[in-house]
Design a protein around this ligand. Structure first.
Ligand code: ATP
Ligand code: MG
Length: 563
């Protein structure tokens, strides 16, 4: 009996799979894979591919493998392999015991190449790289056959074995598929299958001095793992005929189907590993997990949640044509998630001291404040109130502009969960004229929740008690790429040119409420009126906790959707 796990289709890939299941293709199995090349850290674009591949496997009760596509030894490292596993797990996906490496198949991939040679479908070619380019033709002109194309099977077998045994110099010879030099698809003009390259591989060491090309190793890896649907990005569409040619030529038992979808581009984000590596290597960011990076590890350190990233990947959908998603949508997703999850807290980023002159010296009151009004079950906590407090510098104006409802000389405001205060006097530094302190009075009848005062004020300020506050550093972020200067075409321009010189602002003398001394990196906080924050795992010390702003409170994406 075959079970049908048909899923209500919401994208074209599900349509294809539903049709395959109806026709009992692959015995109605669904098996996908996520195939990163371990040459960098994963980014939000990879998250889209991860959610798609693992998501489809989950929906159809199938399986998804994690496979490292490690066919190019010159750029790959174990550090990347580890970070990729961590990131996939953190996003909430599980490959069970199906973690593979393309390099696991090097022996078999080699044997398949021998098989192609024996069947007259591959040959050793001695053209130089330059000659090879000339012979390849152009999009409008057919290519020219290599003079080495008609070598005998025996000669090819001997030369290919010689390549493997290290008899020839790097780059002096390649193994090519014998397909069609006049094909309108350049990928079919006798593509290279193997090259000679003396490089140490992160797993196979110096066992090999020939390495298979990605286009050759990939369909074989898919077939060996029993992959049914090999999902990749659009730029591989023209490679599909080669994928299918190889599966046929090798008469593979499993016949995976390649399906292409549009890669994710996001405004103000660099999404190429090469460019991200450049940022890291040139020290323009603090590593792959810099909170400004579009990497999964950067987003995690910044304070993004896996739920928000998965929600984002769900909302952007799967399409057949490339487009760019507004970064405001990603921010909308994290904001929505944190609105329900984040504990509210008071933190003053740019402190201005306020002395409440009529409040008894030495007195401390513990005031009650809710942890999250969106989640009443999270309860309340107490915060200390005393004679000296801090408010935000920007919440005071000596000469207030119109409609400035915050603190100003003679003007009254509410302190969140505390009392009304009124500004009586502004103390300035005699030399610089800088405001150093405000003298205020409070009205004991206005205690929050007491209901004794009928007076209304328009502004409510957050604050912390000066004697109880904890000092902290807060990092505010702007986009790493300047507005509109989103990903430039490969090689067209250096990504450094687009770097926003003001992408991070460090505020080193913030004052935060005492409860935040127990903050953990797993928790998220909404600093009232200042946005959502998360403790930085790397740079926080017991003396100085460091908080990253995940995102501000204002939602530009929701607004743009309504208008
Ligand atoms: P880069 O070009 O930045 O090096 P890549 O595509 O070569 O990226 P891989 O490690 O080969 O990176 O990618 C692993 C998988 O993730 C592939 O299936 C690839 O199609 C997919 N992927 C990579 N970038 C994106 C993206 N921006 N959107 C969706 N999927 C992506
Ligand atoms: Mg790739």
């Amino acid at each position: 009996m075959t079970t049908t796990n048909t899923v209500i289709s919401s994208n074209f890939i599900q349509n294809i799979i539903n049709e395959d299941l109806k026709n009992n293709k692959n015995n109605s199995r669904v098996h996908t894979r996520f195939p990163p090349e371990p040459n960098g850290y994963l980014h939000i674009g990879h998250a889209k591919s991860i959610c798609l591949n693992f998501g489809i496997a989950n929906e159809y009760k199938g399986q998804c493998n994690l496979r490292f596509d490690d066919t190019n030894p010159s750029r790959e490292e174990t550090e990347y392999v580890e970070s990729i596993q961590e990131d996939v797990k953190w996003l909430g996906f599980d490959w069970d015991d199906r973690m593979f490496y393309a390099s696991d198949y090097f022996e078999q991939i080699y044997d398949y190449a021998v098989q192609l040679v024996k069947n007259g479908k591959a040959y050793v070619c001695d053209l130089t790289a330059q000659q090879m380019r000339e012979y390849r033709g152009t999009l409008t002109e057919p290519g020219t056959e290599s003079p080495y194309r008609n070598r005998s099977v025996e000669e090819n077998l001997e030369l290919f074995e010689g390549m493997k045994n290290g008899q020839f110099a790097d780059g002096s010879r390649v193994l090519r598929a014998k397909i069609d030099m006049s094909s309108p698809n350049v990928n079919l003009r006798d593509p290279i299958l193997y090259r000679i390259m003396r490089a140490e591989h992160h797993r196979t060491g110096n066992t090999w001095c020939i390495y298979p090309m990605y286009d050759y190793a990939h369909p074989i890896s898919d077939a060996l793992e029993g992959i049914t649907h090999s999902i990749c990005t659009l730029e591989f569409e023209d490679h599909r005929p080669l994928y299918d040619w190889l599966i046929n030529a090798l008469d593979m038992e499993n016949r995976p189907q390649q399906i292409e979808f549009a890669r994710l581009n996001v405004t103000n984000m660099v999404m190429s590993k090469r460019k991200l590596r450049l940022l890291v290597e040139e020290g323009l960011v603090d590593g792959w997990d810099d909170p400004r990076m579009p990497t999964i590890s950067g987003l995690r350190r910044r304070g993004y949640t896996p739920e928000a990233i998965r929600d984002f990947c769900e909302r952007i959908g799967i399409a057949k044509s490339n487009s760019t998603v507004d970064i405001a949508m990603l921010e909308h997703c994290i904001r929505e998630d944190l609105n329900t999850k984040a504990l509210r807290a008071m933190a003053v980023l740019r402190p201005l001291k306020v002395v409440i002159e009529n409040y008894p010296e030495g007195q401390v009151e513990q005031l009650e404040i809710e942890n999250n009004p969106e989640q009443p079950e999270t309860g309340t906590r107490t915060i200390p109130f005393s004679r000296e407090i801090y408010i935000e510098q920007e919440d005071f104006m000596e000469n207030p502009i119109k409609k400035f409802f915050r603190l100003a000389p003679g003007q009254e405001v509410r302190l969140k969960s505390a009392y009304f205060i009124k500004c009586e006097q502004v103390i300035k530094d005699e030399q610089t004229g800088e405001i150093i302190e405000l003298r205020c009075t409070y009205d004991p009848e206005t205690k929050s929740g007491s209901g004794t005062s009928t007076r209304k004020v328009k502004g409510t300020l957050h604050w912390v008690s000066a004697t109880h506050a904890v000092k902290a550093e807060v990092r505010l972020y702007d986009y790493l790429l300047l507005e509109g200067e989103q990903e430039v075409q490969e090689g067209e321009k250096d990504s450094k040119d687009d770097i926003n010189p003001n992408s991070m602002e460090k505020l080193t003398s913030c004052m935060i409420e005492p409860s935040l001394a127990n903050a953990t990196p797993e928790k998220r906080y909404q600093f009232l009126r200042n946005g959502y924050f998360c403790l930085d795992v790397k740079d926080s010390t017991p003396e100085l906790p460091v908080f990253n702003r995940v995102v501000g409170l204002r939602d530009s994406w929701s607004k743009s959707q309504k208008s």
